[in-house]
Write a protein that binds this ligand. Structure first.
Ligand code: PLP
Length: 227
C-alpha cells in the first residue's frame, strides 16, 4: 500500500470507530478530502483511490488544480471575496463559504450571467472573535438566506462551520442551529464540521460531512500560489 492509501485506510478506521462509539452508520458521514497546498500529483493518487471531490481554500489554487485535474470537482471551503466570485464560480463545483448577503447577490448575478448551477453552503460563525474565520449567525444568517431567495441556480445544501477546537458544546450548538433552521425554513440542510484534529467531536454531534486535510494527505506544503 502506498503512503496515501495507508493514511486514508487509517483515517477511515478512525471515522468508523467514532461512528461506532455513538451508534452512527459510517455511511452517513461524508469524507471530503481537503487538498489545499497539496500537489496535483497527490490529488491524482487520491482520485485513483476513488475520490473525486476536493476541498480547496484558495480560489487561485483551485482554478489551477481544476485545470490540472480533469474529472475532479473542486469545492471552495476558504473565504470568498466578491472580486473573486467570477473565477470561483467557474472553477468550483460547490461553494461552502457563502456568509454575506452582498456575496450571495453577486453570486446569483454571475451564476445567471454564466448560466451555471452551483450548490452552496452557508458558513456559520457562532463564536465571533474566538475564531475570526468568517461566517454569519443570527439575523445575518437569515439575511444571507433571504438574499439567496431560493434561487435554483444556487441551491442551499447545508451549514458549514469551523467550531473552536476542544469545545464539544460548540459542535452541539451547530447541531441545534441546523435543526432549528431546518424546521423554520423546511430546507434539508446538511452539516459540515470536523477536521483532522476534531472529527470525533463533530461526528458525535451529528455532522454529515468531515473536511480532512492533513490526516488524509499528510503535511501541507508552503503556499503554492500567492493569494
Ligand atoms: C484546512 C481546512 C480543513 C482541513 O484541515 P486539517 O486540519 O488539515 O484536516 C478543513 N476545513 C477548512 C475550512 C480548512 O481551511
Amino acid at each position: 500500500m502506498n503512503p496515501l492509501a495507508a493514511r486514508v485506510a487509517r483515517l477511515r478506521a478512525r471515522i468508523q470507530r467514532a461512528c461506532e462509539a455513538c451508534g452512527r452508520d459510517p455511511g452517513e458521514v461524508e469524507l471530503l478530502p481537503v487538498s489545499k497546498r497539496q500537489p496535483a500529483s497527490l490529488v491524482r493518487e487520491a482520485m485513483d483511490l476513488g475520490f473525486s471531490r476536493f476541498g480547496e481554500n484558495y480560489v487561485q489554487e483551485g482554478v489551477l488544480k481544476a485545470q490540472d485535474l480533469p474529472g475532479a470537482a473542486m469545492v471552495l471551503i476558504g473565504p470568498l471575496q466578491r472580486n473573486k466570485a467570477r473565477p470561483a464560480l467557474a472553477a468550483f463545483q460547490e461553494l461552502m463559504t457563502v456568509d454575506r448577503p452582498e456575496l450571495a447577490l453577486r453570486l446569483r448575478h454571475l451564476a445567471a450571467e454564466l448560466d451555471l448551477v452551483r450548490p452552496v453552503w452557508l458558513q456559520v460563525d457562532l463564536w465571533g472573535e474566538a475564531t475570526k474565520v468568517g461566517g454569519a449567525a443570527g439575523e445575518a444568517l437569515d439575511a444571507v438566506l433571504a438574499a439567496l431567495e431560493g434561487d435554483p441556480r444556487l441551491p442551499v445544501r447545508g451549514l458549514m462551520a469551523i467550531p473552536p477546537p476542544e469545545d464539544p458544546e460548540a459542535f452541539r450548538a451547530m447541531a441545534r442551529l441546523r435543526e432549528e433552521l431546518r424546521q423554520r425554513t423546511g430546507l434539508a440542510l446538511r452539516l459540515s464540521m470536523g477536521m483532522s484534529g476534531d472529527l470525533e467531536e463533530a461526528i458525535r454531534a451529528g455532522t454529515d460531512q468531515v473536511r480532512i486535510g492533513t490526516a488524509f494527505f499528510g503535511t501541507r506544503q508552503a503556499p503554492l500560489v500567492s493569494e
